[in-house]
Structure formats: C-alpha cells, structure tokens
Design a protein around this ligand. Sequence first.
Ligand code: SF4
Ligand code: SF4
Length: 277
Amino acid sequence: MEGHEKDFLGQMDARVGHWLQTPDPDYESDNQIESDSFFDGWLLRRMSHNAIFDVGGVLVDESLLDVRFACVPERCSPKVERGKFKSCCADLTVYLTTRERKRLNKYRKPLAKYMLAREPRLEKRIKGKKKKKKFWLDGDGDAFARPKKRCVFSLIDSEGRIRCHLHNFAAKNGIEQTDIQPVTCRLFPLILVDLEDGRVLVTAMNKDNYKAWGGKHPKFFPCLSDPELPPVIESMGPTLDWLFGEGFAAELSQAGALHRQEKADAEKALASEVEGD
Ligand code: SF4
Ligand code: SF4
C-alpha cells in the first residue's frame, strides 16, 4: 500500500515502548482477567471483520477513524455541574511504571515547592512526617493519589475547569513532557496494545471496546460523547505523531480512507458475484 514503506513502528518513542510492556499492578485481579477475556473476543471480531489495517508497521483499529474527541474540561470538572460526566483527571486511576516514578522523582524538590504554592490541599502531604514517601503517590505507592477526589497534580483554573499542574510545570521549566508526565495521561482516549511478537495496535476508547480496558462507557465522558467534536485522529494528531513519528497521523488518515475504499469495493464485487450466481 502506498506510503506503507515507512517504518512508523520503529520510530515509537522508547519510553512508550517500555511503558507498553509493563503490566498494571492489578494485572492478576479478577477485573483484569475479565477485561483480558473481553479483549480477546473484541480483537477476534475486529480481525474477522477486516477492521484492522497496517500503517508503517503499526496496526490500526478502523474505529479510530470514527471516534470524535476534544478535551472540553468545562463539562466534566468537579467544580461544575457535571451531572453523569466523569473526568479523566478526577475519576480515573493513573498507574505509574517504575521508570515513570524515577523520572518524576528527579524533580521532587522543585515540584514540592511549585505545588505547595498552588495547592493548599497538599500541604499536609508535602510537609508531613512521611516525607520519604513521595507526596504524589497513593497508599500502595503505584498510582497518583487523589486527595479531595481529584488527581494530586490536577488544578482547577479560574473558570472552574480541571487542568494539569504537571503539564504547566514542564512547560514553565523547559522539561520535555514525557520526562515528567505519565504516558497514560498523554494518551487518553487513545489506547495502545502490545500484541506481543513486536506488534502494536492503536485504537481509541469507544462503546465497543471500553470493557477491554476496564474503563467506563464513553457516554460518561463529555469529550467522547459529542458527535460535533472533531475526529480523534485530528485532535490527537500531535500525540499520534509523538508516538510514532512525524507524519504518522496524516498517513493513518490516508491509509484509513484507502482501507475503507478497498473494503467497499470487495463487498460490492462479492454482492455482484452472488447476484450473478
Ligand atoms: S479529556 Fe475528557 S474527561 Fe479528561 S478533562 Fe478533558 S473533557 Fe474531561
Ligand atoms: S497528572 Fe495531570 S493529566 Fe495526569 S491525571 Fe493528573 S492532572 Fe490529569
């Protein structure tokens, strides 16, 4: 297929590659086993419907072409009348790999100072006796804490929208985002799956696959349930390019259109064959 000579998979950010191969701490839990079993069935269905195509070594789930997404934090923040809506920065657990914890720890002192000046809710955590324990970790030490029911690094801006201190801290101090922010935070609502044998699949959370990631139905997220929002491959284009190299998002869009055209042609040809019988 045109353009597929490019090796996008080979350009995958090494930190993301390591993150992908690190299982979540709850990988042996009953919930995870249930999600894995749902995932196996989902993947089988996608393959049997010819709904997966290749873009430079990266396997892409066709539904990625249909998901609409843009971050609209004014609709989900804990400080607004958000009704049934959930927020990725308030309601979801963000696990960290050992490497992510180490990267974050490099900035422990300036981060503590930065957060103390901006988040009074963290005063006890930062100044408390348990200083050895990183103020950002939960009781198990493997995920971000959520004091006052939102991520330890979340901020509520002057308009009541939920935002990210880590993102701002990185920008202010000229730190590359992945050097400090967990991969999970950068991806939402994209999903990367390590299929083993070096194969990687990319999709986005949607109504047909959310159970495979142990997530909530997309109707609970304002950024995933509004058909007026832009296609996720546009709004998350910079993230897709960060993941697999410059030009990946554009290539994916072209390859997706071609894949759909080929599928439609094949179905038409089959229909006329059946008619001709
Ligand atoms: S990505 Fe969605 S859930 Fe997360 S803050 Fe934005 S609108 Fe809310
Ligand atoms: S670190 Fe930032 S992006 Fe990640 S969950 Fe916390 S507030 Fe949200």
